[in-house]
Design a protein around this ligand. Sequence first.
Ligand code: 6PG
Length: 236
Amino acid sequence: MKNVKAFEDSVKLNQEAADLILAIAKKAVSVYGRFTIALSGGSTPKALYELMATEPYRSAMPWAETFVFWGDERYVAAATDDYNGTMATKALLSHVPIPEPNIYPVPTHLPLQEVAEAYEKEINDFFEGEPVFDLILLGVGDDGHTASLFPNSDALNEEDKLVVATTAPHKIAERITFTYPLINVADNVMFLVAGKGKADIMKEILNGEADKYPAQLVQPEGNLYWCLDRAAASKL
Ligand code: 6PG
């Protein structure tokens, strides 16, 4: 089920996204006893993460039963500014009572060729061989990439591996990313898209030629939510 919602501004967008995350988390804990989420990077989700570090989410979220992974990461040292885990830690994880062992950062201290395999093993071990995330958060680049699945990259054709090393066509080139085999089995996938700079690509993705951009190939078995602010939805 594809669900597209445009909210009047980024404040409302983040409030609705946080409420949806809370609802998914509570349901997952009631059914499975835990909530598994893969965070996205970039700049868009920072305000959402900051919001979730405040009330009511700080108290309402089942942090002790929440397990955090990342859908993609840059191949840079952890705790540096370009590491997606750094932004999420500063904006959210260091402000909420989530146990440290519940957080699974991408092991970029390893040689690049080993990172993807190590993270995939960590994911498979955690999920005991059936890696179905309750929620995967994603963003969209203005070239239609999502996670670190960039146009014309080999990673788009990966049908077996769940995590691969890849390259981005810009400054932080070396990346690690979830692949479609992992993303598309998730119970819920949420795209969070904000700002007028994304209006053109959103028109292409939602109203244009099908399956042209990496973000369009995210077709989960579960629920697909497109959460946009009015600016990003202004050309739909
Ligand atoms: C990353 C992200 C990436 C991001 C998009 C949108 O590692 O950069 O995972 O996929 O979601 O590039 O980025 P912005 O939110 O900064 O526009």
